[in-house]
Design a binder for this molecule. Structure first.
Ligand code: BEZ
Length: 215
């Protein structure tokens, strides 16, 4: 099975989870999705990652994003671990953790990298849009916890650039200036799309401002 690439349809699956059986596409509905895998339950980095995701639940909801985690441990282990996460991270995990004991989802999403570990899933994360297309794939080493503020930042960028003829520059965050797509050169189109005006540094490098997302 070739690995997944940006723009591919996120594979659908049915699998057990801490919230009961999940049919992935049906569970996503019209939402964006963040599917993230971690090496194992009851490990320190993963505990902080799931706690952080739970504390950001309002931020995900504001962006119409559902989070779902995965490891190859069974449901009973996930449920005991969720108790620990809630106690140690001062939060309440309300998103499902897929129990991929038979590695069905891990194989579909290429989450076992045998040269890293033959048994544990890698720390990968997929952003999936409402058309079920994969829009971001990142894979981190087991010893490095992900930055979930960065995940929200990418979602902000994707949602903004999907509905405007712009891209977001290095280290952009919501509210910062954006750059106009180089393909937009017609002066009439520019005036119509960017009535607020823009600064031309080079013909291909033009900055403009857009309103911050609504809270
Ligand atoms: C962790 O999640 O803490 C972890 C997992 C595997 C290796 C190292 C750290």
């Amino acid at each position: 099975m070739p690995s997944l690439r940006l723009g591919d349809l996120a594979p659908d699956f049915e699998q057990a989870s801490s919230d009961g059986p999940i049919r992935f596409h049906q569970w996503l509905g019209d939402s964006w999705g963040v599917l993230f895998s971690h090496p194992a339950d009851f490990t320190p980095v993963c505990t902080t990652e799931l706690g952080k995701t739970a504390r950001l639940s309002e931020d995900f909801a504001q962006r119409n994003v559902k989070a779902i985690a995965l490891s190859i441990d069974p449901v009973e282990s996930h449920l005991r671990w969720i108790d620990d996460i809630n106690q140690t991270q001062g939060t309440e995990v309300r998103f499902p953790i897929i129990a991929d004991a038979d590695r069905k989802v891990s194989e579909l999403y290429d989450l076992i990298h045998p040269n890293a570990s033959t048994t544990a899933t890698v720390r990968s994360l997929f952003i999936i849009d409402p058309a079920k297309k994969i829009r971001l794939i990142i894979t981190y080493p087991a010893s490095t916890g992900r930055n979930f503020d960065e995940i929200l930042r990418v979602i902000d960028s994707l949602q903004l650039t999907d509905s405007n003829s712009v891209a977001t520059p290095a280290n952009w965050k919501d509210g910062d200036d954006v750059v106009i797509l180089p393909s937009i050169q017609d002066p009439e189109v520019l005036k119509q799309k960017f009535p607020q005006g823009f600064d031309v540094v080079r013909p291909y490098l033009r900055y403009t401002s857009l309103p911050k997302r609504a809270a």
